[in-house]
Structures are given as structure tokens and as C-alpha cells.
Ligand binder design. Structure first.
Ligand SMILES: NC(=O)c1ccc[n+]([C@@H]2O[C@H](COP(=O)([O-])OP(=O)(O)OC[C@H]3O[C@@H](n4cnc5c(N)ncnc54)[C@H](O)[C@@H]3O)[C@@H](O)[C@H]2O)c1
Length: 334
């Protein structure tokens, strides 16, 4: 069992705690949060549901991430802090020789990401970016069709991710574009990262978006072209009222099938082969969080690099978001 500590017990930190408490590969030995009320195992609001309150019996609790990093009973650390703190805490965790799983996005800017990668060059512990969509069963299934070519080439793909406005974060950091990077870097990056992970950097990027003062880009429609790959459209945003239900999904047109996933309808992948019919293949068990944890923990146990979500590839996704932002600003100011 790997002894893991979680820094940040806000919305996603609680999700990680609830999920890791079910893991057969890890034991949560410590948690840290600046808000004492977040150290009671109570669920914190967000745009997706986290199951009921979680017992913290036997878990060391700290009111500061640095104190957790000094705890010798922590071998691996999960950083679930606001994005503008990622760089600082990745570097601090590395100084203490911990295995590191850091929430997405890797860092607030690609310049910060490059600094981190330079500082951790040759680091002999596992360092992974928590780009959970790469591990989400329905997205893994679609990836398998793309890679196997079972339905021919992928010609076109559309991705969507829409949320109500995130008014729940600590000190409202999410709605401060200078701290979160706005919806572009916080929400939309999930799909940007998935596309970048599958196909790499697009040859051409176009984007239009809605910029809200102080909040940065809050809605985006981006279009990617690959010389030898699909045309891709990705939309994302968080300008909706509080009761707007979270939605993620995609549609993919292959030479010999169309695939569809819409989280508002169900958790299935719907496959419509060209020859007729409608299939809903069995998906891997668990969700993106439990599967990314398992991958991280197995990488530690087996002494492997976490290649499926390397910091290098996560950095490329931050850079791709920055290309979109530049395109949006060019249009917005033209
Ligand atoms: N993978 C996903 O699906 C997903 C979903 C939501 C958020 N995230 C990412 O997770 C990160 C955190 O987001 P969130 O929504 O949980 O934010 P949040 O505001 O709900 O939680 C952040 C927590 O960090 C705590 N904190 C601040 N400074 C601290 C310090 N020095 N030591 C200890 N605790 C400290 C705050 O008290 C707060 O509880 C962000 O990078 C975000 O992009 C990922």
C-alpha cells in the first residue's frame, strides 16, 4: 500500500479522498487544507456530485500543505490546489522526494510548465499530471477504436464540455482569470488535452470565444486541422446559470461508423456501424479518477514512468490552450 497525502480538500480534493479511500493500492495517511472546516471530511460543492461525507479517522490533518510535505508517513502526494499554486507545490514536493500526482492543468502557463520540467529533469520518482479524461472509460473505449482502426480512419470529431458558473471555489480563485486561466484552462483543457494526447499539436488552430472582464475566456469554440488527421471542433464554457446541469460529450465520424457519448443521456458509448445496428460496448470499470489513481500507484509500485499522462504531454496541452487564447484575442480585438 502506497502512503499518500492530499494537499487541498476543496471540491476535487474531496473527490480524490473519497476515491482513494476505496483503493486497494493506497492508504490516505494525511490531508491538508487552509480551511479547518475542510478537514472534517465534509463534501464541498462543485459541478459534479461527490458521494457523502468521508471519515478521516486515522488520517493526519494539516492546515498547510508544507506541513504535509514534511510528514515522513507520506510517500506520494496528490496536489489538489488552485492552479496558480501548482508550480510552487510541485517543486516543493519534489524537494522532499515525493511521488507526485498534480491536478490538471499542469501549471498556469506553459512558461511555468517549462520551468517545472527543467527543474525536475532526471527526477527519479513518479511525476504525473491528473488529466483524468485520458483514463475515463468511455474516452478510453473511443481511443481504442481510433488506434485499432476497426471502423477505418477517424474523419471528424466534436467535443463539448459545459458547466454552470463555478461560484464555489476557495476565495473565488476560479473566477479570477489571472489565477485559474478561466474556463479555457480550467474546464475546456480536458478536451484539448484528450485531442492533443491522441493526435498531437494541430497544424492549424482557429478559435472564437467570449471574454468576460477579469474572468478571462468563459466560452470557446475551437477548430483544429491536422494535415493527415481528422477535423476537430471543441466547445467549452461555464457561463450558465446555477441550475444548468454539467455536460460532457463527443461525436466521432469514422469511415465506417459514428460514435456518440452524451453525459446528459447516459454513461454509454453509442456505436452506429455503417452496416446498420446500434451497439453499446462494455466499458472498463470505475471512472477517470479511480483509473488515473490506479495508473499512478502502479507506476510507483512497478518503478515505471507514468507515460500515459506525462508532464511533457500535459505541458503541450497548456501550450495548445494558449494558442487558442491568442487566436481568440486576435479576433476579439480585430
Ligand atoms: N480533474 C478534474 O475533473 C478537476 C475538477 C475540478 C478541479 N480540478 C483542478 O483541481 C485543482 C483544485 O480545484 P478545486 O475545484 O478543488 O478548488 P477549491 O477551491 O474547491 O479547493 C482548493 C483548496 O485548496 C486549499 N488551499 C489553498 N492553499 C492551500 C495550502 N497552501 N495548503 C493547503 N490547502 C490549501 C483551499 O483551502 C481549498 O479548500 C485546480 O487545479 C482545478 O483545475 C480538476
Amino acid at each position: 500500500m502506497i502512503k499518500i497525502g492530499i494537499i487541498g480538500q476543496g471540491f476535487i480534493g474531496k473527490m480524490h479522498l473519497a476515491t482513494l479511500r476505496q483503493s486497494k493500492l493506497a492508504t490516505v495517511t494525511a490531508v491538508a487544507d487552509r480551511e479547518p472546516s475542510n478537514l472534517e471530511g465534509k463534501v464541498v460543492a462543485g459541478n459534479i456530485d461527490v458521494s457523502g461525507d468521508i471519515s478521516l479517522e486515522g488520517v493526519a490533518r494539516y492546515e498547510e500543505g508544507d506541513a504535509l510535505l514534511r510528514d515522513p508517513n507520506v510517500e506520494a502526494v496528490l496536489i489538489a490546489l488552485p492552479t496558480y499554486m501548482h508550480k510552487e507545490y510541485i517543486l516543493k514536493a519534489a524537494e522532499k522526494g515525493k511521488h507526485i500526482l498534480c491536478e490538471k492543468p499542469l501549471t498556469l502557463t506553459s512558461a511555468e510548465g517549462r520551468e517545472v520540467l527543467e527543474a525536475l529533469n532526471g527526477y527519479d520518482r513518479v511525476f504525473m499530471s491528473a488529466q483524468c479524461i485520458r483514463f475515463w472509460p468511455v474516452y478510453v473505449e473511443a481511443r481504442n477504436y481510433i488506434r485499432s482502426g476497426v471502423y477505418g480512419k477517424l474523419l471528424s470529431a466534436q467535443f463539448t464540455r459545459q458547466s454552470c458558473k463555478p461560484t464555489w471555489s476557495w476565495q473565488n480563485w476560479l473566477l479570477d482569470g489571472a489565477k485559474s486561466g478561466g474556463a479555457l484552462l480550467d474546464l475546456h483543457i480536458h478536451d484539448v488535452d484528450y485531442v492533443n494526447y491522441l493526435f498531437g499539436m494541430p497544424d492549424q488552430v482557429e478559435a472564437i470565444g467570449c471574454i468576460v472582464p477579469r474572468e478571462d475566456v468563459s466560452q470557446v469554440n475551437a477548430y483544429y486541422r491536422y494535415a493527415n488527421g481528422p477535423v476537430v471542433a471543441v466547445d467549452g464554457g461555464w457561463m450558465h446559470p446555477a441550475d444548468f446541469p454539467f455536460r460532457m460529450g463527443f461525436r466521432m465520424e469514422f469511415e465506417q461508423a459514428t460514435l456518440e457519448f452524451d453525459s446528459r443521456i447516459d454513461a454509454n458509448l453509442h456505436v452506429y456501424p455503417a452496416g446498420g445496428g446500434h451497439l453499446t460496448p462494455d466499458l472498463l470499470p470505475g471512472d477517470g479518477y479511480s483509473r488515473e489513481h490506479e495508473y499512478f500507484l502502479r507506476s510507483i509500485m512497478e518503478g515505471n514512468k507514468a507515460e500515459e499522462a506525462s508532464p511533457e504531454s500535459a505541458l503541450a496541452s497548456v501550450a495548445l490552450v494558449e494558442r487558442e487564447r491568442a487566436a481568440i484575442r486576435t479576433v476579439a480585438t480585430a
